[in-house]
Design a protein around this ligand. Structure first.
Ligand SMILES: Cc1cc2nc3c(=O)[nH]c(=O)nc-3n(C[C@H](O)[C@H](O)[C@H](O)COP(=O)(O)O)c2cc1C
Length: 335
């Protein structure tokens, strides 16, 4: 559990929390499909050595050794601790995929019980498991038996708009052997609408002895401090806000551990510099042609909030080459 000394002064001082025998900083970077590849993780790793997840990987495809899926689960041994997230509802496939994920170097294997995407639900995984406690339990038991690394689960609060299945399911999963539970405190039906219900994180924490990782709407280091304080969770997980600033996990860690602010806020020049480094890493991982296509979705996030960004982002999205993107950035004074 978190070793913390909570005072009325901010920040909350939290040094580490544990997943199994791993001691980790109390900030975890969430799995994000279509984003959490090696290049993105390498951007985060410039400043952060805590736990970072890959995007979700199909247990069915990984267990069968599909080449494209296997690439999603390739880890660089020099990365810090990296978790591989699996989705699927078949215990045998999940166990086989977990073995492969462990062999690939995963420090943690997470089971997705929150994804609302129809393709994932159809395969019996994701948020569908919230309403199938027996299957969810069997999937956890199979994974825990198959590997030595800790197995965790990431849940949404419930399936329907007012659903709260996570409250009953999480203790079952704890009994089945998961080492920690992440709660994205929204229901499947809510998608990303409304606000995450942090009171539900507190309630879940009170029902479990294993660490609860709170997730939903942490954007600033101060939000992470508030979430820890208000919910008593062991750690916070951040997703969308990291897309705009890969230094955010380190900034949260600095704030929680030492009450320090981490570097000046990003200005346009810093954002362009991040984008250029990210492009170089993407080229290394996937080749220039694919990198030129894929950097655009990251550019949208890096440039969010800058004056005139909407227009620039639109023009970047239509650019046919990196050179054209560079010209647009320089013309916008991104020296
Ligand atoms: C683009 C995108 C992709 C995501 N992919 C995954 C995924 O693969 N697995 C998962 O469990 N959650 C996924 N999520 C959900 C996030 O991990 C996280 O639970 C959610 O965004 C709430 O956290 P936030 O408020 O910090 O963004 C994804 C979210 C986004 C925005």
């Amino acid at each position: 559990m978190a070793e913390s000394s909570i005072s009325s002064d901010r920040p909350v001082i939290v040094h580490t929390f544990s997943i199994g025998n791993l001691q980790l900083p109390p900030v975890v970077v969430a799995p994000m499909a279509g984003f959490s590849d090696w290049a993105f993780r390498a951007m985060i790793r410039e400043t952060f050595r805590g736990l970072v997840f890959t995007e979700m990987v199909s247990a069915c495809a990984l267990s069968r050794g599909h080449a494209r899926t296997q690439k999603l689960a390739v880890l660089d041994p020099r990365e810090g601790p990296t978790g591989i997230q699996l989705f699927g509802g078949d215990p045998g496939e999940v166990a086989e995929a977990a073995v492969r994920a462990e062999a690939a170097g995963a420090a943690v294997i997470d089971l997705n019980m929150g994804c609302p995407v129809p393709k994932v639900l159809k395969g019996g995984g994701g948020a569908g498991l919230l309403t199938k406690p027996d299957t969810a339990r069997a999937v956890v038991v199979a994974a825990v038996r198959a590997v030595r690394v800790p197995v965790t689960a990431k849940l949404r609060l419930g399936f329907a708009a007012e659903g709260r299945e996570a409250m009953e399911l999480a203790p079952i999963l704890e009994g089945a052997g998961v080492s920690a539970i992440t709660l994205h405190a929204r229901t499947r039906a809510q998608g990303y609408g409304g606000r995450a219900d942090w009171r539900a994180i507190r309630e879940l924490r009170e029902r479990l002895s294993i660490p609860v990782i709170g997730n939903g709407d942490v954007v600033l280091p101060e939000d992470a401090g508030r979430m820890l304080e208000e919910t008593g969770c062991a750690a916070v997980m951040v997703a969308r806000a990291v897309l705009a600033d890969p230094r955010l996990p380190a900034a949260i860690q600095a704030w929680l551990e030492r009450g320090e602010h981490f570097g000046p806020p990003l200005d346009f020049g810093n954002r362009v510099a991040l984008l250029r480094r990210h492009f170089a890493l993407l080229c290394r991982e996937k080749g220039r042609e694919r990198a030129t296509r894929e950097i655009k979705k990251f550019a949208v996030h890096y440039l969010k909030g800058e004056p005139g960004a909407a227009h620039l982002r639109e023009r970047l999205t239509r650019a046919g080459s990196w050179e054209q993107m560079e010209a647009l950035l320089v013309a916008s004074d991104g020296r």
